[in-house]
Structures are given as structure tokens and as C-alpha cells.
Ligand binder design. Sequence first.
Ligand code: SF4
Ligand code: SF4
Length: 124
Amino acid sequence: MPQIVTLPAEAPDKPVVGAPCNGCGLCCAAELCPLGRAVFGKSRGPCPALVWRAEERRHVCGLATEPKAQLTRLPGFLAPLFARLARRWISAGTGCDSDVTADILPAKPAAPAGNAAPRDTSTH
Ligand code: SF4
Ligand code: SF4
């Protein structure tokens, strides 16, 4: 079913399946991966662990990069191990495995200077 997700205007467009992941965030904005489902108990996106890194112009998985910030009850000494396992569970570094397709919806009215408007995207 089509779904509207909102991503930063500066986020890159989704590459083709198999290409290196560019952190567009579309997959995790649309639905949660098995790890996200297990942790957050829902399947429909956006995933609460999806983190936008403006300085890198890409999204990252917060469970794999900063698990303590996502899971406040996670003991600190387990965070590095959890992050390592999360990277394996989400197959980080293996390329884009999402077949979600999207249309970019017409832009909203301009945001104040220096504050780019988010981009609404219809997935299907
Ligand atoms: S896996 Fe694909 S859709 Fe998901 S963030 Fe990476 S490039 Fe985007
Ligand atoms: S890869 Fe990370 S951010 Fe994306 S859906 Fe899975 S848990 Fe959420």
C-alpha cells in the first residue's frame, strides 16, 4: 500500500538494488527491518532508530552506531558488542537490498533561510 514518508531534502536519492548503500533512509522510513521489529515491536516505518547525519548527508542505523542512545537500558559495557552484532544483523556494508520505490511529492512552501524543508516521498 502506498505510504508517505518524510525525509530531509538533502538526503540522497535511493540507488538501485545492489549498489552501495548511500544512506538515503528510504527503506527504514518505510518499514522496519527484522532487528528493528524485534527491538521496537512494530513493522511500519519510520524506524525510531533511523538517524539523519546532516554533516554526512546520510542516514545511519542508530542501533548499529549509537545503541546506548537508542536503548537507554542497555548496559554501557554491552553497547560495543550490541553495535557489532547489529551491524551484522542489518547486513551493513553489503549494498542496498531494498526494492522500495518512491515518488517525490511536490515541495512544500519554502522553509525559513538555512532551514531546508523536509521532502515528502510516496513509497510503493
Ligand atoms: S539500504 Fe538502500 S534504501 Fe536503505 S538506506 Fe541504504 S541505499 Fe537507502
Ligand atoms: S536498519 Fe536500523 S534504522 Fe533501519 S529499520 Fe533496521 S533497526 Fe531501524
